[in-house]
Design a protein around this ligand. Sequence first.
Ligand SMILES: NC(=O)c1ccc[n+]([C@@H]2O[C@H](COP(=O)([O-])OP(=O)(O)OC[C@H]3O[C@@H](n4cnc5c(N)ncnc54)[C@H](O)[C@@H]3O)[C@@H](O)[C@H]2O)c1
Ligand SMILES: O=C(O)C(=O)C[C@@H](O)[C@H](O)[C@H](O)COP(=O)(O)O
Ligand SMILES: [Zn+2]
Length: 370
Amino acid sequence: MTTIPVSGGAFAAYDVVVGRGLLAEVGKHVSPIAKGRTVIITDQTVAAIHAEALTASLTAAGVRSEVVAVPAGEGSKSFAELERVLDRLLEIGLDRKDVVIALGGGVVGDLAGLAAALYMRGIDFVQIPTTLLAQVDSSVGGKTAIDTPRGKNLVGAFHQPRLVLADIDVLATLPERQVRSGWAEVLKHGLICDADFFDWLAGEGAAGASGDPAALEHAVIRSVEIKSAVVGEDEKEAGRRALLNLGHTFGHAVETEVGFDEGALAHGEAVALGCCMAFRYSAREGLCSAEDVARVEAVIAAAGLPTRLAQAGAFEADRLLALMAGDKKAEGGALTLILARGIGDAFVAKGVDTAKVRTFLIEEGVTSSS
Ligand SMILES: NC(=O)c1ccc[n+]([C@@H]2O[C@H](COP(=O)([O-])OP(=O)(O)OC[C@H]3O[C@@H](n4cnc5c(N)ncnc54)[C@H](O)[C@@H]3O)[C@@H](O)[C@H]2O)c1
Ligand SMILES: O=C(O)C(=O)C[C@@H](O)[C@H](O)[C@H](O)COP(=O)(O)O
Ligand SMILES: [Zn+2]
């Protein structure tokens, strides 16, 4: 078991515990936090597989719990589902000392975290991430959100969890496509700031992309260390935290264009594609080498992830640009992109020229109606 603290001046410190068999021990970890009741927010797929083990562990530790299950999938990050969840919490009668437990992937974590942030102006919540993506990324750092048809995560709050428990064993039931999707965010962490980690992911650690538990455990631990250091320094993305958005300005626009249909494009797949685009754009600007671009594309493709827009569908330049202009990092209508000088050396580029990005998108194969 490895414990990684997340701390920064701006919020109460908490631990991310990574290990095997943790689900059976949740009661022991949660009972010091939850003096009263807990509500487990999960999705229907995860509920069927893992909710019983969680409730048994809580009951054994004397913690009362109730399960609220939403439909699985990105569609649950919506105003309608948020309203239903909040209404259930009111109906159950949670008070301010009670605790929400998010049991699931990034969708459940983002939705339950936002519900906890809003309920009675904010109650505690615990993250129990059950996808690789949620263990390496979404359960840490306190970003919570829902989507709107105008874009990804546009309505949300920063609300840090009290505790994160990442049980590597629950990943055994995760479909392989979801493991690969989470692997994209792992690769992203190496691309941002740790070239040695990226080398390991490309070589010895590559078995993690197809579910090897030992490789997954190391990938989760190193990812959480990287994310925790960034978030501790810059909780609300005033500066350095934007690095964690590598691949997301392109990726989120594409996810929105496909109507948040994760059957067509899962979040991690969009991030993989977006990272390749960010590296190709960086090379086009003379910032990084063609060799680095080729290596990024090769490692991402070897993990079974998309590298080219055409793999996600057909897109139109001005529609993608309009969505990118609505990105939360944009300032005064000017684009902010996360670019790279090389593998492990990403930086935040503000005021990126929209006309250049338009030309780049057309080179990438999107159509132009003007
Ligand atoms: N808050 C953040 O910092 C942050 C970071 C990255 C991504 N995100 C968000 O996370 C979301 C994507 O999360 P995700 O990829 O985990 O998707 P998800 O939550 O939709 O989970 C993917 C699928 O796996 C199923 N599943 C989950 N755990 C399982 C298990 N152990 N066994 C079997 N099936 C299981 C779910 O039911 C779902 O069908 C996106 O909305 C993205 O925007 C947020
Ligand atoms: O934690 C962060 O900061 C990230 O950017 C992590 C991303 O992987 C994640 O997808 C996040 O939800 C994106 O945030 P957004 O602010 O671009 O919506
Ligand atoms: Zn992401």
